[in-house]
Design a protein around this ligand. Sequence first.
Ligand code: SF4
Length: 454
Amino acid sequence: MTATSLTLQPRPADPSVDHAIQAIIAGASTAETCNTDLAEGPWNFDARPGYGPGSSMGDVIPTGSPRQGELPAEYREASPEELDERIRAAKATLGDRVVILGHFYQREEVVRHADYLGDSFQLANAAKAHPEAEAIIFCGVHFMAETADLLSEPRQAVILPNLAAGCSMADMADIDQVEECWEQLAEVYGDMDTPDADGLVPVIPVTYMNSSAAIKGFVGRHGGIVCTSSNARTVLEWAFERGRRVLFFPDQHLGRNTAKAMGVPLEQMPMWNPRKPLGGSTSEEIEGARVILWHGFCSVHRRFTVEQIEKARAEHPGVRVIVHPECPMEVVDAADESGSTDYIRRAIEAAVEPTTFAVGTEVNLVQRLAAANPQHEIFCLDPVVCPCSTMYRIHPGYLAWVLEGLVGAEGMRGEVLNRIVVPQGVAEPARLALERMLAAKPPAAPVADWEHAS
Ligand code: SF4
């Protein structure tokens, strides 16, 4: 894999996260609020109540979210060159005992050390290909490490280098709110477990992979299923064969875009706001629903707009616009195509003639695609879009820390730091929901050659 450098946003006059949060709440533009502090020193934000600067900065972090303890000074103060060397040395010492996974949206100085690069589900499957590894280091966010723990062997330790690397979208579907929603729906629909004369239960819960293990477990317990952005349509078809309607979490946009493409009318897709009775709908609207959309979104993909697409078309006649289905419906409608990260990658690679692509997804991935496909002109629809701020919690300092922890001091056994373990009572139904997805569709394609970053 070719290493590319990131183009970071200019540092604003006042880089404090509190100032930035206030600014975005007040409606400031992205250019005024994005800053590079999280990229350079995420330890300054670990104990703070928020996701930090970047595209998730306006979201409220749940009170129970894991917090990262203080990173030892030797890692905070080390130069990039020293950290790079220490990571390489620790990895060489550990050999097959460790596998490092890097998400597509991860920063380059971390990804260059990854054995595999891919989306969350591809990476969880890549980990399964290494039963000899004692430790799997997931350079992504919390729900991804949970999924890897669900799919790996019990004796394998899944490590998240920085516990504060959450996902604002996953955190928008809180298990207590989801349980409360289910109870309210039961008051409208009655018995939720008994099929009607057509063999259909009232609701099948479907959760996007970008959700906590607790939500996947809930879905598994109630006859539901997990989906990815690649297989959302297949999974919804599976659900409609078993239920009158679908309750879709946490990303309203993926749910709406997928169901709309399947012909479900918008008026049959009420949104569920967990802070309102019946999610903010009437019982008639809930009765008539085909897909109930949880009130969640990705802070990164929500930033793409129709105006950006119009501007790209005006400035680059003939441009091909591809966006991720986590973008709002109007943006997906205005684009030429929409699809998962894997779809975007394959579409670009399949273009025979040199083409200009405007891409609506996380900027680190877009820059990587541009470097890997120099025959095309590829740019991010929003030139000032913030990278996923939660991904940015994984600084090389944390990677060096967990790797050297595994190596241990000379003559001593290594230490597993930041292990992510899904409790047994949650893990069993969560695995069931994942297995239903695999049965509904063949397993995801193996990680392609260019994603193997050895
Ligand atoms: S890009 Fe969006 S959905 Fe993905 S980890 Fe970041 S906040 Fe979560």
